[in-house]
Structure formats: structure tokens, C-alpha cells
Design a protein around this ligand. Structure first.
Ligand code: NAD
Length: 251
């Protein structure tokens, strides 16, 4: 496993939901974790939870839509720990739930900026750093099942998440021989604040029923896949769009 007591993982959007849970999973395995988020309170809460459990974490305030902020986040991780082994580019927003012809252009652009350009900004800084290390590194980008299929009223989100897969595959090809592996995870619908803010109880049950397993996923189920993709057990896995989706796309 990459996750030893010397390894360092950077996680964006780790002040909530899937990012927070993944940070805790890494820390439980002895990895030092850099918690990056726009939300200072949420990020500090994640650090406190990890420290209470005896783990090691620091918080960095970062906005993934800003290239300089993404670079500063990676620089802080390296200044603090001297290396960067794993990065989970997870920060994201849901966007509005309206058809294309009604979608406000500004909100559409915001979803692309956070969910797609944000991943590009982070990867630019992370790949450069990891290539300097003899041990290389592993990057996982958070896409979605909506990176593989469309969803009515979620055009911006689906477009951004499809883009994340193209970005991941291209970067994986570029880095095939550099020792930096780059994959995506494609979660189904997962019980997090992002989902709860965007759906009524009735819609939630309906969405749960779209998964073969007839339920929503948990953040832990995504976190386990991310930790595995970052580990040496996945040493021949790169460019993958790894589903964690309870059979959502099996129909
Ligand atoms: P969440 O809302 O619980 O967490 C998202 C975090 O990202 C928040 O802490 C937020 O402050 C942070 N963030 C937002 N914009 C940011 C920015 N510009 N810079 C830095 N941080 C920023 O959401 P979640 O459900 O845990 O989602 C995490 C990721 O998982 C997202 O990329 C989302 O698209 C993806 N995803 C979620 C689901 C789901 O059903 N919840 C399914 C598939 C994929």
C-alpha cells in the first residue's frame, strides 16, 4: 500500500461528504492528510476529527477554480510534509436542476469552473510535483455516473463530469511512464450534503430505485475505492473510470 506512515495524501473538498470520509479513511491507515476546502469551518472540523482519532492532518484554505490557489495548496502540502503521494480531486458542486434551454449561463459556467477546470488546476500542480519524486504518485479525480450517461436537468454537471473522464484519460496517457497513475471514480448517488440539498425525499427514493441495489451509496464505499486506487495494489491501473455505483449503469 502507498498508505504507510510516511505517505501524504491531499484531498480537495475534504470539509464535507465524500472528501471528509476519504480523508478519515486515509488517516486511519496512517497517511498524513492535507485537507483542502473553500469552507474553513468544515475543513477544520475534518482535521479535528482526524486528530481526535490520533491521526495527522492539516487544513489549507483553497479555491480549486483559482490556478494560483491550487498551486499554493500543493506547495503547502510539500512544505509541511516534504512529499505528495496521493491526491483526490474531489471538490464539486451540484448546480441547478433545470433543462438546458432554461439554464442560466452564469450558473452553467460556475459548475464547469469548479467541477472540471478545478480538476485541471489541481492536476497541473500535483502532476508536476509527483513527477519530481522517484516514487511517483497516484491521482484520483471524482467524476460520477453522470460522467458516463446524461441526466435530465443536470446538463452542466454531466458535461463537467464527462469532461473529467477525458481529462483523466489524457493525463494518464501522458504519464504512463512517469510513475504517476491517474484514475477517476464514478460514484452513483451517495448520501452526502450535496445530494440532500438538491433532492426531496420522494426524489431520493426514486433515485435510490435506479440502482440495482435499490439504495444510495455511502461515502465510505467511495472512500474505500479511492484508497485502493491510490495503493500499490492498483499498480497496473491507470486511466480508469472506476464505477462505485451499485449497478446504476448495469441496465
Ligand atoms: P459535499 O457538498 O458534501 O462536499 C463538497 C465539498 O467541496 C464542500 O466541502 C465544498 O465546500 C467543497 N468545494 C466546493 N467548491 C469548492 C471550491 N471551488 N474549492 C474548494 N472546495 C470547494 O459534496 P459530496 O457529495 O461529498 O461531493 C464530493 C464530490 O463527489 C463532488 O465532486 C461530486 O460531484 C462528487 N459526486 C457526488 C455524488 C453524490 O451523490 N453525492 C455522486 C457522484 C459524484
Amino acid at each position: 500500500m502507498v498508505s504507510t506512515d510516511q505517505s501524504v495524501a491531499l484531498i480537495t473538498g475534504a470539509g464535507s461528504g465524500i472528501g471528509r470520509t476519504t480523508a478519515i479513511e486515509f488517516a486511519d491507515r496512517g497517511t498524513s492528510v492535507v485537507i483542502a476546502d473553500l469552507d474553513v469551518e468544515g475543513g477544520e472540523e475534518t482535521v479535528a476529527t482526524i486528530e481526535d482519532d490520533g491521526g495527522d492532518a492539516i487544513f489549507v484554505e483553497a479555491d480549486v477554480t483559482d490556478l494560483e490557489s491550487a498551486q499554493a495548496m500543493v506547495d503547502t502540502a510539500v512544505e509541511e510534509y516534504g512529499r505528495l503521494d496521493c491526491a483526490f480531486n474531489n471538490a464539486g458542486i451540484g448546480g441547478e436542476q433545470v433543462p438546458v434551454d432554461e439554464y442560466p449561463a452564469e450558473s452553467w459556467q460556475r459548475v464547469i469552473d469548479v467541477n472540471l477546470a478545478g480538476v485541471f488546476n489541481c492536476m497541473k500542480a500535483e502532476i508536476s510535483r509527483m513527477r519530481e519524486q522517484e516514487s511517483g504518485g497516484a491521482i484520483v479525480n471524482n467524476s460520477s455516473v453522470l460522467g458516463k450517461v446524461g441526466f435530465e436537468t443536470s446538463s452542466a454537471y454531466a458535461a463537467a463530469k464527462h469532461g473529467v473522464l477525458g481529462l483523466t484519460k489524457s493525463a494518464a496517457l501522458e504519464n504512463g511512464e512517469t510513475g504517476v497513475r491517474i484514475n477517476s471514480v464514478c460514484p452513483g448517488f451517495i448520501e452526502t450534503p450535496l445530494l440532500e440539498e438538491n433532492m426531496t425525499e420522494e426524489e431520493r427514493d426514486q433515485i435510490a430505485g435506479m440502482h440495482a441495489m435499490n439504495r444510495l451509496g455511502t461515502p465510505e464505499e467511495v472512500a474505500n475505492a479511492v484508497v485502493w486506487l491510490c495503493s500499490d495494489e492498483a499498480s497496473f491501473v491507470t486511466g480508469e473510470a472506476f464505477g462505485v455505483e451499485g449497478g446504476y449503469l448495469s441496465r
